[in-house]
Design a protein around this ligand. Structure first.
Ligand code: GAL
Length: 713
């Protein structure tokens, strides 16, 4: 790259990050401000789109389909993420004609296009030419052509081809006004998530060398004296492979970091090519897969590369966390939709959902029909969460290929609206009324901002907990959800922050950091300051056990946080799932078994809950230390039903003067732009918490399962 280009590009990046800095603070509850980019103008609030794959259908149907899409009220479509072989059928030979036609058709019918880079699906000629670009999993199996995501985007052989096709597409469509923005890749991750190929091996060694400079620094960080692992040279290092178990946890943590950074670099280089070649009016994003499955995808690493992070969500996936209730398999996991949306929104301050299930899916353990109304409820939930748009996967149900049974908006005939499709159209029409009522100057109600909460996030903690759960009962996600679900049942707007963000007490009167295992003295000092400034900090079990390399401290258990929490940790206990032990708090009993820490509270520290049985009966399970008007609460135990955390958190919020709601689990209430939205994922009717001056816009106060109530106050 020429120096002038580099300088220009650095300048653009600088402008871009300034833009984010100015606006991101205000965005959690998305009130439009003049400084925000106008990718999603108020006049077309909450556009709804649908994926379309022209390459799957007869050319004679394209116009019919796109016209119909527009007539139904869809405002954008989505092309090309899996179309590399149709665009570049042979090395260096391009066929853009079909895509040009479909972009023109979208323009003709007044709908916009999200254009995608096709990097998840290298064509057969490429896989055949460079089989060494294909990923290899921990068992040594090399991906084959014929699936997707089979190449590693940072592979040195593969990357130049990606650069070439992305540049070609950006040059061709980067100034076309029909293209509203770009999606990089598709649910970016490398097929095997962790790539053990030869090329990844080489790149990992380079990464380690850059990180540690000397081999002795690496030996120390990895505790390589253990089991005679000492290395003399970086070239002796193999990617840590835990297939046999007992792998070095510090090496695995570094490989997790490397994998996440490689993925982020892959998105970054594509974003850079796009930004150099496209109009400022087109956004750049990617559709992160629901990251619960992808511990090595760290959305925060691309904060400065993407205009925003979008995400995908299939609420009836049997792999999600379900509410208890007889209809839960038809209602889906609203909690995970919410978690995913608030996480994505936290990256640059706004988000949209790029794939939302339109009906039955094909890849769950079983694939239930959504309850009538559920598809509409999901759309409204996205609206309430502040999403800027929703796109559904997909307009037409496929009649060939690997996703045969996946519903689309249309039935298999291509012309009949599917049941979920009808709910899309219903919601699209409801949004017309919302656009009329929308008041862009609506102020966040004081009650809502009084409970604003930061959720301190660290991918290192997640990975270290996955690598080292210490008990098979410890599922890091379930632990995060224990806190997250309880926040939502208080109607709390959650922003995920990382240690690179400021701990701003005014913006976030509350901060939760569940099982924040890896830390250093600097973080503890920042927490202390946050609390001294009046912040309310909630920490949970395992916090502060280890240093940043994942080593235990050469001191007593969790000693670095003792003075912060006002208690000393002695040991932790874990019980078989068949044993339920009891903790008591304010006269109420709670059961637990996964994890319980036994501590001694300092004299000035309040004991909120105590163990009722086991040989440590009477010892504290939850403590709170007050510092001025702030406080830090620490729960050393994890209750079976998450109810202890619920009651404990509610008391912390109430004592701090926050106005909180009292919602049943899986009944959500959100506020955005002057609208309150209540959605019911429970299997029972629930009354929405309307105030006396509430004006209902859609629905009624008694919200039935899969129903919605929308009101303003
Ligand atoms: C998503 C993926 C889509 C499609 C969809 C089916 O995870 O991004 O390409 O496969 O699942 O539900």
């Amino acid at each position: 790259m020429k120096l002038t280009n580099i300088v220009f590009f650095a300048f653009v990046l600088m402008l871009f990050s300034c833009k984010q800095d100015q606006s991101s603070l205000e965005r959690k509850i998305p009130n439009r401000t003049a400084t925000e980019p106008d990718f999603f103008p108020d006049s077309s609030l909450f556009p709804i789109g649908a994926y379309y794959y022209p390459e799957h259908w007869n050319r004679s149907q394209w116009e019919r389909d796109i016209k119909r899409m527009a007539e139904l009220g869809f405002e954008f479509t989505h092309y090309a993420e899996f179309a590399w072989s149709a665009i570049e059928p042979n090395d260096g030979q391009y066929n853009f004609g079909w895509l040009d036609t479909c972009v023109d058709l979208a323009a003709k019918y007044g709908i916009k296009v999200v254009m995608c880079t096709p990097s998840p699906c290298p064509p057969a000629w490429l896989s055949a030419k460079f089989p060494e670009a294909l990923t290899k999993n921990e068992a040594g199996y090399t991906s084959q052509h014929g699936t997707r995501l089979h190449a590693n985007g940072m592979n040195d052989k593969y990357r130049p081809f990606v650069e070439r096709i992305v540049k070609k597409m950006a040059e061709r469509y980067g100034n076309n006004p029909t293209i509203m923005g770009w999606q990089i890749d598709n649910e970016p991750h490398f097929a095997t998530i962790k790539d053990y190929s030869d090329n990844a091996q080489v790149r990992f060694r380079i990464w380690l060398k850059n990180k540690y400079s000397t081999i002795s620094a690496l030996n120390n960080a990895w505790g390589a004296a253990f089991w005679s692992m000492i290395y003399n040279d970086f070239n002796q290092i193999s990617i840590p492979n835990n297939k046999e178990g007992g792998g070095n946890p510090h090496a695995m943590l570094d490989f997790d970091r490397f994998t996440a950074q490689e993925l982020a670099a892959f998105l970054r280089y594509q974003a850079a090519i796009l930004k150099q070649n496209i109009s400022e009016k087109q956004f750049v994003t990617t559709n992160f897969a629901y990251y619960k499955f992808l511990a090595n995808t760290d959305l925060f690493l691309n904060r400065n590369d993407l205009d925003f992070a979008s995400h995908t969500m299939y609420l009836l996936s049997t792999y999600l966390n379900y509410p208890q209730g007889e209809q839960s398999h038809r209602l889906g996991s609203g909690m995970e939709l919410s978690f995913s949306a608030e996480m994505a929104q936290s990256i640059t301050g706004y988000t949209g959902i790029m794939e939302l299930q339109p009906g039955q899916i094909n890849w769950g353990a079983y694939n239930s029909q959504p309850m009538p109304g559920a598809v509409r409820m999901w759309l409204w939930h996205c609206f309430g969460l502040g999403d800027d748009f929703v796109c559904t996967y997909r307009f037409r149900q496929p009649i060939f290929g690997g996703e045969l049974y996946h519903n689309g908006i249309m039935e298999t005939d291509g012309i009949t609206l599917q049941r979920g499709g009808r709910e899309y159209v219903e919601t699209i029409n409801e949004m017309k009324k919302v656009r009329q009522l929308y008041d862009k100057n609506a102020k966040i109600p004081a009650s809502v901002s009084s409970r604003n909460t930061a959720f301190l996030w660290s991918q290192d903690n997640l990975n270290d907990l996955i690598n080292n759960p210490h008990t098979t009962e410890w599922n890091p996600w379930q632990h995060y959800y224990t806190y997250y679900q309880n926040l939502k049942s208080m109607g709390v707007p959650v922003t995920f922050i990382t240690e690179t963000d400021s701990f701003d007490v005014k913006r976030f009167p509350f901060m939760v950091a569940p099982s924040y295992q890896l830390l250093d003295a600097n973080l503890v000092a920042r927490w202390q300051k946050y609390v001294e400034q009046g912040g309310h900090l909630i920490l949970s079990a395992r916090t502060g056990q280890k240093d940043r390399n994942g080593h235990l401290w050469e001191s007593l258990l969790q000693q670095p946080i003792w003075s912060l929490i006002g208690a000393k940790m002695e040991y932790n206990d874990q019980l078989p799932s068949s044993v339920s032990a009891t903790i008591t708090m304010n006269g109420k009993d709670y059961t637990w078994h996964t994890w319980g820490e036994v501590m001694t509270a300092d004299s000035a520290t309040e004991v909120l809950a105590t163990y009722k049985d086991q040989f440590y009966a009477g010892r504290p399970a939850i403590v709170r230390r007050r510092i001025g008007s702030g406080d830090v609460s620490y729960s050393g135990a994890w209750s079976n039903d998450w109810d202890m955390e619920k009651d404990f958190m509610r008391n912390v919020y109430k004592d701090a003067g926050a106005e909180i709601l009292d919602l049943p689990n899986y009944f959500f209430v959100e506020w955005r732009d002057g609208f309150y939205v209540a959605v019911n994922y429970t299997s029972n009717p629930v009354n929405a918490p309307l105030s006396s001056n509430a004006k209902i816009i859609f629905g009624e106060k008694l919200v039935h399962p899969s129903s919605v109530c929308v009101w303003s106050e």
